[in-house]
Design a protein around this ligand. Structure first.
Ligand SMILES: [Zn+2]
Ligand SMILES: [Zn+2]
Length: 128
């Protein structure tokens, strides 16, 4: 069983399904949101169960996607696509996750203060 929680512990959840591949997103939104780049795993909302649910804050982009984070400690929890799909932040999950980083997307927009040198596939933008 995979579990995860925010920094203050107010929000905690468990996941019924094993994690899929981790995607690193280097887009300008994720750069600002994370301070670096996002690392997330797509999940079906039905596979996620709350153990504790505290205050959640949301930021909705003009395109309709939403960022959800702990309203107390600010931990980034997940990204909701406009169609309702979830992309959970990999960093909130407790080890061992069994997950591995698989690719980099929106590399054209990445910060200029680091290089990507892990040899994984890189997309300039994103094609699902
Ligand atoms: Zn918190
Ligand atoms: Zn992004």
């Amino acid at each position: 069983m995979i579990t995860g929680s925010c920094l203050c512990g107010a929000n905690a959840f468990e996941l019924d399904a094993a994690p899929g591949p981790v995607t690193a997103c280097h887009c300008g939104q994720c750069r600002r949101y994370s301070g670096f780049h996002a690392a997330s795993i797509d999940y079906d909302a039905k596979d996620m169960r709350w153990l504790r649910q505290g205050h959640l804050s949301r930021f909705t982009h003009p395109g309709g996607s939403t960022r959800v984070f702990c309203g107390t400690c600010g931990t980034k929890l997940w990204f909701e696509y406009a169609d309702g799909g979830l992309s959970l932040e990999a960093g909130v999950m407790d080890a061992p996750t069994g997950a591995r980083l698989a690719e980099h997307i929106f590399v054209a927009d990445k910060g200029d203060f680091y290089d990507i040198a892990d040899g994984l596939p890189q997309q300039q933008g994103w094609e699902d």
